[in-house]
Design a protein around this ligand. Structure first.
Ligand code: SF4
Length: 352
């Protein structure tokens, strides 16, 4: 049974008032920007999110604008943030709110959790910050703080551990629910740091912390080792005719679903297989040149890529390409198409 002492609430709130970082999304309690920031902050650093948050709000200031945004524009606004399923779910949820809730943002944890892309943590964050509902918001930072506070031996990678911490925190959430949740998140992000570097001397919770009392902060949280990532070898092609580049669209499901990409295929192709692959895409190469190898790490898979710059003739027929692969003017590509950062080692070679 996990026990979180009630006494943490007052010092935590007081600490937050004086020590919290001045972040753009903390200037509002409107649900739309609060939600947007929470989705952007998933798996992304605060500093990286700041410019995206502003740019997105400028382009898309409310739910209606987000619901109406063309898909390509959505991806372009999200380009570089990665995890594009977050953007897709954001728009799906905006459409649901417009159609099923008359455009009014749901205000309670249980309803929020039913929206696409909104899980336990995000529902708790929006409900508490924007609507003052007394529910916890337990993300990775908060889990770490709570595991150290209670010197818990439970594996934080397990959903049941997260649920147990949420349960333990629920009765502690004060009327200042939004500030309370943000104070725990902030403490985890700036003081009770990961990788065994907690700054206990600066922590308002030190007097209540079991791990600190036992001089074992470095031992927590406990986490079972992650499964090693699957390695996938791929061959990537930068097919150009001097002014246009070939793109293909990924399937609507799975990794990088629905996004445009440089044509690529599984395996490290030899020259004969390379020629066959280029032709299968509907192109006839004039020449090709090997580019440097690169790798990209996704959550569950690592791509180990070899690549070729392939030149085709500019006189090539307009119908060049195939159903899954087509040529796009380079300027239009840069302006309108979001290419996943997995390909950034090669998109840098695009001629303008
Ligand atoms: Fe984390 Fe140290 Fe504070 Fe405990 S005292 S919550 S280990 S920073």
């Amino acid at each position: 049974m996990i026990e979180i002492p009630n006494e943490i609430v007052t010092p935590l709130l007081a600490w937050y008032q004086t020590e919290k970082r001045d972040l753009p999304w903390r200037k509002t309690k409107e649900p739309y920007p609060v939600w947007l920031s929470e989705i952007m902050l998933q798996q992304t650093r605060v500093e990286a999110v700041k410019p995206y948050y502003k740019r997105f709000l400028d382009a898309c200031p409310d739910l209606q604008a987000l619901a109406d945004l063309p898909e390509e524009r959505l991806y372009k606004l999200w380009e570089g943030l990665g995890y594009y399923s977050r953007a897709r779910n954001l728009q799906k949820a905006a459409k649901t709110i417009m159609s099923d809730f008359c455009g009014i943002f749901p205000s309670d944890y249980a309803t929020l959790k039913k929206l696409p892309g909104i899980g336990d943590y995000t529902a708790g964050a929006i409900a508490s910050i924007a609507f003052g509902e007394r529910v916890p918001a337990v993300d990775g930072n908060v889990l770490r703080v709570l595991a150290r506070l209670s010197a818990s031996e439970d594996d934080i990678a397990l959903p049941e551990t997260k649920a147990a911490f949420r349960e333990a925190l629920l009765p502690l959430v004060p009327v200042e629910a939004g500030d309370f949740n943000q104070s725990l998140i902030e403490l985890g992000a700036t003081v009770c740091l990961p990788n065994g570097e907690p700054k206990c001397a600066a922590c308002p919770l030190a007097p209540f912390c079991r791990a600190h009392a036992e001089n074992r902060a470095y031992d927590f949280p406990k986490r079972s080792p992650k499964k090693p990532r699957r390695i996938e070898k791929r061959t990537v092609l930068l097919i150009e005719d001097g002014g246009r580049t070939a793109l293909s669209k990924r399937p609507d499901k799975g990794l990088l679903a629905g996004l445009y990409e440089l044509p690529n295929t599984e395996g490290h192709l030899d020259e004969a297989a390379l020629l066959a692959f280029i032709r299968s895409l509907g192109f006839e190469p004039l020449r090709w040149q090997r580019l440097e190898d690169a790798k990209h790490i996704f959550t569950h898979v690592e791509w180990q890529m070899i690549a070729y710059a392939v030149r085709i003739s500019p006189e090539f027929d307009e119908r060049a390409g195939s159903d899954r692969c087509f040529l796009v003017e380079n300027e239009m590509l840069r302006r309108n198409y979001a290419i996943p950062s997995a390909f950034s080692a090669y998109t840098k070679y695009l001629s303008v």
